[in-house]
Design a protein around this ligand. Structure first.
Ligand SMILES: Nc1ncnc2c1ncn2[C@@H]1O[C@H](COP(=O)(O)OP(=O)(O)O)[C@@H](O)[C@H]1O
Ligand SMILES: [Mg+2]
Length: 382
């Protein structure tokens, strides 16, 4: 196994979780699943919980959570030791903030956090500066994929299909004038969303041009930049990616929004247990499925992703396929789409974590690597 330096000692994986975000609890649930995977893979796991104030707290492997079985109340346990990540003579380490006690060297960090802070390049930059290898996309790809306007611009420039959109800043609301929107996007419905967020926070569906004002106000409450998009009537499909230069694409899954929800909103995602059904094997024509897998790999490469991502698509009632977004750190709970899709391909959580660690260690810049980089087999080439 790459990164396990012979029999000297087990690889030590730091699971960095929580974070000051709306998905703090989802991240904690994900961390538990990753610790299980790390154990299966034969790694030593330590957990670093990031609290809502952004403090890094070091725990042992299994003692970092309270109410670990309840998605509504799971929280970081008291008693974590405040630490900072810092470079050391070889690699990186966590140093106690109070200066007492030993530093802990880490071989790899798995930053399983979602949204701003953990998934947008900030934590990735911190880990780079501390010289600690980490799982997942680097700084640039993380930041790029967090900004829906920039993501779409890059995808479109590469000839990949995205839904027509307008991005506006606070001082440009004249660009959202009804006639201008109709010219650019056609008649409503539209989706209005903050450029840099996730979990459907701040997103509304607008059915009439005179209802755009409140939707813009809501989105601008969360961000300086807002997207207005043509709404696609159709299905929502997801494909998981794993690899570095030539990622492997999983099968294609479907999100079926149910009940009173008009789209995959925050409520449908997290609050209403019956809000959406995940279908791991979407019922699709083979050609559509292969096209989606090919587009997912192409988008991953164009955006400069590494390690993993989940590509989300719309399939319109007329059969058009659009890339919606790439999530560079998808959910990892036991019931999350990303690990479920790989489980279906025969990779349970242990081998999945092992592969991600291997990919993180294989991608170190020349001169840093201690073993030759390995590239997994590509199932799909764009
Ligand atoms: N252009 C669109 N057409 C149809 N539905 C959309 C569109 N944009 C967003 N949605 C709906 O809103 C949900 C959240 O939007 P998305 O862009 O994926 O933001 P987030 O990053 O918060 O997941 C989608 O899963 C989908 O249900
Ligand atoms: Mg989404």
């Amino acid at each position: 196994m790459a990164g396990n330096p012979g029999a000297r000692r087990r690889l030590r994986l730091g699971v960095l979780c929580g974070g000051p975000s709306a998905e703090h609890r989802i991240s904690l649930l994900s961390s538990r699943h990753i610790v299980e995977g790390a154990r299966d893979a034969g790694f030593e796991a330590v957990c670093i919980g990031v609290d809502m104030a952004g403090r890094w707290l070091l725990y042992g492997a299994a003692d970092h959570l309270v109410a670990a079985d309840d998605p509504r109340t799971v929280a970081l346990a008291p008693g974590g030791r405040p630490v900072v990540a810092a470079p050391a003579a070889a690699g990186g380490q966590l140093r106690p903030l109070d200066g007492r006690g030993a530093a802990v060297a880490l071989d790899v960090v798995f930053p399983v956090m979602h949204g701003p802070y953990g998934e947008d390049g900030k934590v990735q930059a911190l880990l780079e500066a501390a010289r600690i290898p980490y799982v997942g996309c680097g700084v640039t790809a993380s930041a790029l994929c967090m900004d829906k306007d920039h993501t779409k611009a890059v995808l479109r420039a590469a000839g990949l299909p995205v839904v027509e959109w307008v991005a506006i800043r606070r001082d440009e609301t004249e660009r959202a004038a009804p006639e201008r929107l109709r010219d650019r996007l056609g008649a409503p419905p539209y989706f209005v969303k903050p450029a840099n967020l996730g979990s459907s926070v701040g997103i509304s569906r607008v059915d009439r041009l005179d209802a755009i004002g409140p939707a813009l106000a809501l989105a601008f409450a969360h961000d300086r930049k807002v997207l207005i998009e043509r709404a696609v009537r159709g299905r929502e499909l997801e494909c998981a990616l794993l690899g570095n230069e030539r990622p492997e694409a999983s099968g294609v899954a479907e999100i079926v929004v149910r009940g009173r929800h008009r789209f995959y909103s925050y409520e449908a995602k997290y609050l209403d247990e019956a809000g959406a059904a995940l279908r791991l094997a979407a019922d699709l024509d083979a050609t559509v499925r292969e096209r989606i897998r090919t587009l997912a790999v192409a988008a991953f490469r164009v955006l400069g992703c590494r390690g993993l991502a989940r590509a989300d698509f719309f399939l319109s009632d007329r059969g058009e396929i659009f890339l919606n977004e790439l999530n560079t750190m998808p959910g990892f709970t036991r019931i999350s789409m990303f690990p479920k899709l790989w489980e279906r391909e025969g990779l349970t959580i242990g081998p999945l974590v092992a592969r991600l660690v291997e990919l993180a260690l294989a991608d170190r810049p020349a001169g840093e690597a201690t073993e030759p980089a390995r590239e997994p087999q590509a199932a799909v080439t764009p």
